[in-house]
Write a protein that binds this ligand. Structure first.
Ligand code: ARG
Length: 467
């Protein structure tokens, strides 16, 4: 049946009718549509539109729809339902009769979809924060286990300075905790209830909006009906936040791919997450990492497509807004699938500490520490830089490291060099001089790991309290 067909004399073109439906994807919102409808029904009863019996019938009908959908996916096979709102109405009427039509009194699908989408995103944010916390916990555990193991840190993808492996791993934790924080802040801003905004000008019945908002665990009702029915900032903000998270995951994946290559050999890919080549028998490919990198690109694409969908829309609701759902769903589902996989991967990946240590001890990663030795002896830093640069050049000619140069050769560059120079170039000394908050000196790294672990525990506590 054509929906809302009173003012029409002609039926819809069948192809157009099928094409414009959103039930194929907005069925994901069923749970939220039912919750929002229950809250609305109770407000209708309070406003004197529904009798107590009608309310009970409607609430029971809605509950039954939810239960049937849980039991069988086939329940959702409805080739006539235009969207999730239409589906619920149809089912409700089938279950309880004409009273079902009363549920729509005083409301519009414009406010319904805005509400359902907020409820969906709010739930996904809670799940994501949980997954991110577990991911960070595994990174922090691995960082702690790495203890005093060292590796080269890179700038310009050239060996730069030694760092603790734990310091490197904790860099990712900082990124992911920022992502969790951004999600929480996005949740806070979007946690307002559009119900009662009507089609654009506000409900036509005296609905208690505070009551509805509270029933759905919103912090309160939205403040402007025109904005509330046409706003998708919350969806954009959410997907933008996910695209930043995706970007972090993608950078992580890229680095792991590099480090797993024979050329680096810093990590050994877990077989449980890698596949072979159909042609080359020796291959073990970093499939998980490549797919993470690949899928994350799609999420960045979604955030752009959302903004483009919105940028030309006059106030308030336009059907274009239906197109904002798919990017939200796909980004959410993709990241929700990726995070536990990355957590599992990180838990078992083998870190090849010997290879990392070897790489740290060659390639002049102690050159800045060497210059610092001179600076501590009063040599101006530009000059010290220049003189260590000369020493490096000598080493390149001799195919050796700075600590292999004899003292007399060093003294010909600057008489300030002394026997203790060699000790200052040891890996331990080089790590130890980076003794600032946020630096790689072992005690600092241990402290950072401990602080972060406390933060993770606090997050777990909050998640537990909300659950
Ligand atoms: N399926 C629609 C959407 O997702 C629901 C709102 C329809 N509103 C309307 N005025 N046609 O946006």
């Amino acid at each position: 049946m054509k929906m809302l067909s009173g003012r029409f004399r002609q039926p819809l073109d069948p192809d157009f009718e099928r094409w414009q439906r959103s039930f194929g994807f907005d069925r994901r919102l069923l749970k939220y549509e039912l919750a929002a409808s229950s809250a609305h029904a109770r407000a209708l009863k309070n406003a004197g539109i529904l009798s107590a019996d009608e309310l009970i019938n409607i609430l029971q009908g809605l509950k039954q729809i939810g239960e049937q959908a849980e039991v069988s996916q086939a329940f959702l096979d409805d080739s006539e339902a235009e969207d999730v709102h239409h589906f619920v109405e149809k089912r409700l009427v089938a279950l309880i009769g004409e009273t079902g039509y009363k549920l729509h009194s005083g409301r519009s699908r414009n406010e319904q979809i805005a509400t359902d989408l907020r409820l969906y995103i709010r739930t996904v944010i809670d799940q994501l924060c949980c997954e991110l916390t577990e991911l960070c916990a595994v990174f922090a555990d691995r960082a702690e286990q790495a203890a005093d193991a060292a590796m080269p840190a890179y700038t310009h993808l050239q060996r730069a300075e030694p760092v603790l492996v734990g310091h490197w791993l904790m860099a990712y934790v900082d990124m992911f905790l920022r992502d969790a924080d951004r999600l929480a802040s996005c949740r806070k801003r979007m946690n307002l209830c559009p119900l009662g905004s009507g089609a654009v000008a506000g409900a036509t019945l005296p609905l208690d909006r505070e009551f509805i908002a509270q029933a759905l665990n919103f912090d309160g009702p939205t403040t402007n009906s025109i904005d509330a029915t046409s706003d998708r900032d919350f969806a954009i903000e959410f997907v933008n936040t996910l695209s930043l998270l995706a970007l972090h995951l993608s950078r992580w994946a890229e680095e792991m791919i590099l480090f797993s290559s024979h050329e680096y050999g810093f990590i050994t890919l877990p077989e449980a997450y890698s596949t072979g080549s159909s042609a080359m028998p020796q291959k073990k490919n970093p499939d998980l990492l490549e797919l993470v990198r690949g899928k994350c690109g799609g999420i960045v694409g979604h955030s752009i497509s959302l903004m483009i969908t919105l940028k030309g829309l006059p106030l308030s609701y336009n059907k274009d807004l239906q197109e904002t759902q798919k990017p939200v769903f796909d980004s959410s589902e993709t990241i929700l699938q990726i995070l536990p996989l990355v957590t599992g991967w990180m838990r078992i990946v083998e870190l090849n500490h010997d290879r990392m240590q070897q790489a740290t001890e060659s390639g002049f990663t102690n050159a800045w520490a060497a210059a610092t030795y001179l600076v501590r002896r009063g040599v101006p830093s530009r000059l010290a830089h220049e003189q260590i640069g000369k020493a490096v050049q000598l080493c390149v000619g001799k195919d050796c490291e700075l600590q292999d140069l004899p003292l007399d050769e060093l003294r010909s560059i600057n008489p300030a060099f002394d026997q203790d120079f060699y000790e200052s170039l040891s890996l331990q000394s080089v790590l130890a001089i980076h003794d600032v908050p946020g630096g790689t000196a072992p005690a600092r790294v241990r402290q950072a790991i401990n602080l972060t672990k406390e933060k993770i525990e606090a997050l777990r506590g909050e998640i537990h309290a909300h659950a």
